[in-house]
Design a protein around this ligand. Structure first.
Ligand code: COI
Length: 361
């Protein structure tokens, strides 16, 4: 692209053939970066080597948390193409987070083009293994150096790439989650809808407690009444009842997941009665006891579609899958979504964008 500079290095051997890539352990050679100042707007767009960043000790994002991020994936298709899933949706959500945290918005078309260009340069890092992909992490930080609590004036926007496998250590086996009542992840009208570090920081202690008790993640409740199911923190949640598939309504404390949005569409396409509504934990437990909870699964870019095998709420243990096998609907959705993302199922909703691997650099 004409307004991006290039500072490319000799390639290192791509870490894509490794078994069990895990999540976020490996990084490609290059990143995209650009800077923002009120005078110049976004400028200095460059694809450059992955290296260390240097900051003043008082840099605002390290103290007051002006940091937002996104997550999406690039996939290798059986006919050798590389494609992205709904990248403009991620940039739209980044801009929503930016507004809430008093940060500058990016030009969506330019950010998507920059990310395609970076992925094209790093094409050899896109894993070919069916369950692996290249995770794309765009993020923005406030870079002023001062200790006053006010929005930074200068910012950096970066896109980082990481070849990944399954997010959860269980791979695609059902995960166990625990409903957390002692802590909350986010509060309505706070930052819950934003993809910002604060929400992940506030989830860490609960998740550590869950992990020590043998659970992979927490299922968070609303922060006002501790009554309604919200999200897992790494994914949105869906419950297949006997008469509907329900997912918590976006009441302000929940991330607007792009996989959530796409799953809603796929469920409607499949003819399910899909409802977005408040789901209380009491309803979940009482309907489980009546045999009306058929399946629970989570959706997220990193998590894809993850079947939930067990939910713990106080002394109630809800067993949701048999023989440690993913649920039927979760498997069907995983196959459908992954098929679209990886080019083996037609993209009937125009969700896919191809990466042109003829790089101009
Ligand atoms: C994602 O699904 O992309 C996420 O950002 C969740 C987690 C890895 C932080």
């Amino acid at each position: 692209m004409s307004n991006i500079k290039y500072n490319l290095i000799d390639r290192t051997e791509p870490v894509v053939l490794k078994e069990n890539l895990g999540f976020g352990n490996h990084f490609t050679d290059h990143v995209f970066e650009m800077d923002y100042t009120p005078e110049k707007g976004w400028h200095n767009a460059i694809i450059t080597r992955l290296d260390k960043l240097e900051f003043h000790h008082a840099t605002t994002f390290m103290h007051y948390g002006q940091t937002i991020f996104e997550g999406l994936k690039a996939y290798y298709t059986p006919n050798g193409e590389i494609q992205l899933f709904r990248p403009e949706k991620n940039m739209e959500r980044l801009n929503k987070s930016a507004k809430r945290l008093c940060m500058p918005e990016v030009d969506i078309a330019f950010a998507v083009e920059a990310l395609k260009e970076l992925v094209a340069i790093e094409k050899d890092w896109v894993p070919k293994n069916y369950l692996d992909s290249l995770y794309v992490r765009p993020f923005m930080i406030g870079t002023d150096s001062l200790l006053g609590v006010k929005p930074s004036t200068a910012y950096k926007f970066i896109i980082l790439l990481s070849p990944v496998g399954a997010y959860y250590p269980e791979g695609f086996k059902p995960i166990k989650i625990m409903i957390q009542e002692d802590y909350v992840r986010a509060v309505r009208k706070g930052l819950g809808e934003c993809k910002t570090a604060a929400n992940y920081a506030s989830s860490l202690l609960g998740a550590e407690i869950a992990r020590k008790m043998g659970y992979t993640q927490c299922l968070w409740l609303d922060a006002v009444e501790l009554k309604y199911i919200e999200e897992v923190g790494t994914m949105n949640i869906f419950i297949r009842f006997n008469d509907e598939v329900a997912t918590p309504a976006l009441t302000g404390g929940i991330l607007h997941g792009i996989t959530r949005l796409s799953t809603i569409q796929l469920l409607k396409d499949m003819g399910y009665n899909l409802v977005e509504r408040l789901i209380s934990v009491d309803e979940l437990v009482s309907r489980y006891e009546k045999g009306e909870v058929l399946e629970v699964f989570g959706t997220g870019t990193a998590a894809v579609i993850s079947s939930v095998g067990e939910i713990k709420f106080r002394d109630n243990i809800l067993k949701l899958t048999k023989d440690n096998q993913p649920g039927e609907l979760a498997t069907k959705l995983f196959d459908e979504l992954s098929g679209i993302q990886r080019g083996t199922i037609p993209d009937r909703h125009n969700w896919i964008q191809k990466v042109d691997v003829e790089v101009t650099a």
